[in-house]
Design a protein around this ligand. Structure first.
Ligand code: UD1
Ligand code: MG
Length: 435
């Protein structure tokens, strides 16, 4: 069913102040690009269509935004040259179609906006012809458009800093650049924008003034949490926004019963699933695309990369890196290991200093380790390889591709060779750390 909402995201700008070759909206925050966070905000409104105005890095921005939009109707429109925010919306207008419903405008560089705030903005436009503008009060409004009100407090217009009088510059109420418009009125007003201003640009911010002049209601919606309004214009802003987003992600996991000992030194990207009762110890980095079961222990000083899956009760300790690796129930890799492209069974112990040599310089190869195996300290397993159930490797063993150990055998040395005397049945679960 149609929600009667369309979203336009302005993301054509260069982001000069980032001093980066990468388009601003493709910078990452907790494992997700700025533009993807904003597309997520749009999706939370269940819109009929999402339109992204692209310019700088158009192809890449379009690809990333389209992917974030999933199955939704999606349009990317190219704005070239860029003649202002109003011009950007003019370029987007054809993709809105003749009856776009209510049109929400977002900026591609405001990742912290919450769905609840956008919903209050939309709620303020229930009156079919109304415009709503998201504002916030700021001690330092420098650089922002200021909100002008009349003597009764009613909205009069927005003035850009460069066009503002000294008195207007003293106003602390600022325009965040997030709006909800009545679609048909918007389409009628867009051609009326002029560029007779200090920057010679078509200002989107003139549209609410046109609504007032036509006698249509304009509502101001104040952000409850000013943090949400933070735009990213510099690398320092990106770091601040990252921290704010990181706290939200950590709080969500803690609410779900994950124990995070030191939030200040724990990095968990968006899109990580963690089961209840799991403990995350300090100085741990968990990247996107990682799944951790219940009752696990991770860290301190652990890095889990994309494709890592820890089954319930698994433990990964200090200076261990996992990539694209599954660690089965109650298996452990407690110290100094690299586990890349591996599938490891249950109750297996990976000793300190183990390396899965997964890369031959051209291709990545997989290692499969069975249940109840005991990989001795300093073992190097050359992939592709297979270590069946119950195999033991001796300290420092180098298990080449031709080794082919059978279940329960013990392999030692460099290159590892089978030890005649020490073949055994798959062993009982052992206590952690035993060698
Ligand atoms: C804009 C607002 C200002 C508000 C501020 C909030 C206008 C005229 N002013 O100013 O009132 O306080 O945002 O941050 O809108 N963009 C395009 N095409 C363009 C120009 C911009 O897509 O031709 C995009 C940019 O990529 C960016 C957004 O629009 O995502 C805002 O543009 P920016 O130039 O930063 O506007 P401000 O001057 O900050
Ligand atoms: Mg800006």
């Amino acid at each position: 069913m149609s929600s009667g909402v369309s979203v336009v995201i302005l993301a054509a700008g260069k982001g000069t102040r980032m001093k980066s070759a990468r388009p601003k909206v493709l910078h990452e925050l907790c494992g997700r690009t700025l533009i993807a966070w904003v597309v997520d905000q749009a999706c939370a409104l269940d819109p009929d269509r999402i339109i992204v105005v692209v310019g700088e890095g158009a192809e890449d921005v379009e690809r990333v935004a389209r992917e974030a939009a999933g199955e939704r109707e999606f349009h990317a429109v190219l704005q070239e040259p860029q003649k202002g925010t109003g011009h950007a919306l003019q370029i987007a207008a054809p993709a809105l179609g003749p009856s776009p419903g209510r049109v929400v405008v977002l900026y591609g560089d405001m990742p912290l906006l919450r769905a609840e705030s956008l919903e209050s903005l939309l709620a303020a436009t229930d009156d079919a012809q109304a415009t709503a503008i998201l504002t916030v009060w700021s001690d330092d409004p420098t650089g922002y458009g200021r909100i002008l009100r009349d003597e009764h407090g009613a909205f009069r217009g927005i003035v850009e800093e460069k066009d503002a009088s000294p008195e207007e510059r003293d106003i602390g109420e600022i325009n965040l650049g997030v709006y909800a418009f009545a679609g048909e009125e918007l389409l009628a007003d867009l051609p009326k924008l002029e560029c007779a201003n200090a920057q010679g640009e078509y200002y989107l911010t003139d549209l609410p003034g046109l609504a007032v002049a036509a006698g249509r209601p304009v509502h101001l919606v104040e952000l409850e949490d000013p943090e949400e309004g933070q735009g990213v214009n510099t690398i320092a802003h990106l770091a601040e926004a990252r921290w704010a987003m990181q706290l939200r992600i950590l709080e969500r996991h803690m609410d779900a019963g994950v124990s995070i000992e030191d939030p200040a030194t724990t990095y968990i990207a968006s899109g990580v699933a963690i089961g209840a009762g799991t403990r995350i110890l300090p100085l741990t980095v968990i990247e996107g695309g990682v799944t951790i079961g219940a009752g696990c222990e991770v860290g301190p000083f652990t890095r889990l990369r994309r494709g890592t899956v820890l089954a319930d009760g698994a433990e990964v300790g200090n200076f261990t890196e996992c990539k694209n690796t599954t660690l089965g129930e109650n298996s452990k890799a407690k110290h100094l290991a690299y586990l890349g492209d591996a599938r490891i069974g249950k109750r297996t112990n990976i000793g300190a200093g183990t390396i899965f040599a997964n890369y031959d310089g051209k291709t990545k190869h997989q290692t499969v380790v069975g249940d109840d195996a005991f990989v001795g300290s300093g073992t190097i397993i050359i992939a592709p390889n297979s270590i069946p159930d119950g195999v033991t490797t001796g300290a420092g063993a180098v298990v080449t591709r031709s080794a082919k150990p059978a279940a329960g055998e013990t392999w030692v040395g460099m290159p590892a060779r089978r030890m005649e005397s020490k073949t055994r049945e798959p062993r009982e679960p052992r206590e952690n750390g035993e060698r």
